[in-house]
Design a protein around this ligand. Structure first.
Ligand code: PLP
Length: 372
């Protein structure tokens, strides 16, 4: 379809053309970064250059970056390392944290979707804790979490701190040391790099959680031949994300305002976490009474790609666990749509969404009136 509009950057971002070009170049030769011959040394150089680029994005030393297959692996690596210790995670984490190990204890969030620090402190006072995991930016609401405060509480009580920063990278500045993060996970495809590549950044606690053992790659922290081309693309995407961060924030902020000003005047629409600090690229809203799947398909038929705020498992649509944790009703949680913008979104995309949405919204309202 011509003129399709993509507003689902939090699911995956379109590849940056610069990343595609770099990947293609890296794939021209057989680069096993562990080989000692010239081809191998070239591969090593590509990987080490990308390591510097990723390190700069999170303001960590390059020696603390371990490449892996993405944030699901990164989160599992950290959580599984602590599987025999008490682990507290926020109730709004991604499934890649919530499902990583059994018996996690959840930290509640406020109705605005912010981790409740008082509740966290109380949990820490009851029993010794090994690890706390709180994401920096929630993937559904975009709400920024008080990671610095949560990490300080963790350390005060002798626990270490993990942060899933997948939706923060390239959206807001990240300074690992300043935030007090011991383990941080990143994913390439959320910032315009390829899928299936990510990194675990280590703080200075001296622990290196390791999931995959074998060939000794990544200083034995993550075995398996490095995805040299993918890592190269990830590096380029990270470098551009850092360079353009301020302009990106201004642009997505203006788009978010434009979108939310228009949504706010539509009766019954609820924008979630609107009064909390948020990444400017994300808007999650509900039209109670409607089904998110119906809305999503109606938008898709018009060539507009967004996401629903609910998860689909075993063919059954479950209400969003994030919205449920925020105290939303089932009606709100099953009617939520997420708009997420990024490097290639412009005002025309938002205008097109609003044009299509206005018609769908009106149809829903007329239908509801007819059934009343
Ligand atoms: N964590 C968050 C917050 C995410 O949004 C995602 C992707 O949806 C992941 C983890 C998983 O990342 P990956 O696709 O790299 O495994």
């Amino acid at each position: 379809m011509e003129n399709r509009i993509y507003l689902d950057y939090n699911a995956t971002a379109p590849n940056r053309p610069e990343a595609v070009k770099t990947i293609q170049e890296a794939m021209r030769a057989p680069h096993n970064a562990s080989s000692v011959h010239n081809f191998g040394r070239e591969g090593r150089q590509i990987v080490e250059h990308a390591r510097e680029q990723i390190a700069a994005l999170v303001r960590a030393p390059a020696t603390q970056i371990i490449f892996n297959s993405g944030a699901t692996e990164g989160n599992n690596t950290v959580l599984q390392h602590f599987k025999n210790e008490r682990t507290l995670v926020s109730a709004i984490e991604h499934q890649a944290v919530l499902e990583a190990v059994p018996n996690l204890e959840q930290i509640p969030v406020t109705p605005e979707g912010i981790v409740n620090l008082d509740a966290l402190e109380k949990l820490l006072e009851t029993e010794k804790t090994g690890l706390i995991s709180v994401m920096r930016v929630n993937n559904e609401t975009g709400v920024i979490q008080p990671v610095q405060e949560a990490a300080a509480l963790a350390h005060k009580h002798g626990a270490l701190f993990h942060c899933d920063a997948v939706q923060a990278a390239g959206r807001i500045p990240i300074n690992m040391a300043e935030l007090g993060i011991d383990f941080l996970t990143l994913s390439s495809h959320k910032i315009g790099g390829p899928q299936g590549v990510g990194a675990l950044a280590l703080g200075l606690c001296g622990i290196t959680p390791t999931l995959l053992h074998g060939g000794g790659q990544e200083k034995s922290a993550r075995a398996g031949t490095e995805n040299v081309a993918g890592i190269a693309g990830f590096g380029v995407a990270a470098e551009i994300a850092l360079k353009e961060l301020s302009a990106y924030q201004d642009k997505t902020g203006a788009l978010q305002k434009h979108l939310e000003d228009a949504l706010s005047i539509m009766e019954d629409i609820i924008i979630h976490g609107q009064n909390a600090p948020r990444a400017a690229n994300t808007t999650l809203f509900s039209l109670p009474g409607a089904s998110a799947e119906t809305l999503l398909m109606a938008l898709d038929l018009e060539g507009v790609a967004v996401s629903n705020g609910s998860a689909c498992s075993s063919g059954k649509v479950e209400p969003s666990h994030v919205l449920k944790a925020m105290g939303a009703s089932d009606e709100e949680a099953t009617s939520a749509l997420r708009i997420s913008t990024g490097w290639n979104t412009d005002e025309n995309d938002i205008d097109r969404f609003l044009e299509v949405w206005q018609n769908i919204y009106q149809r829903m309202k007329d239908k509801a009136k007819a059934h009343a």
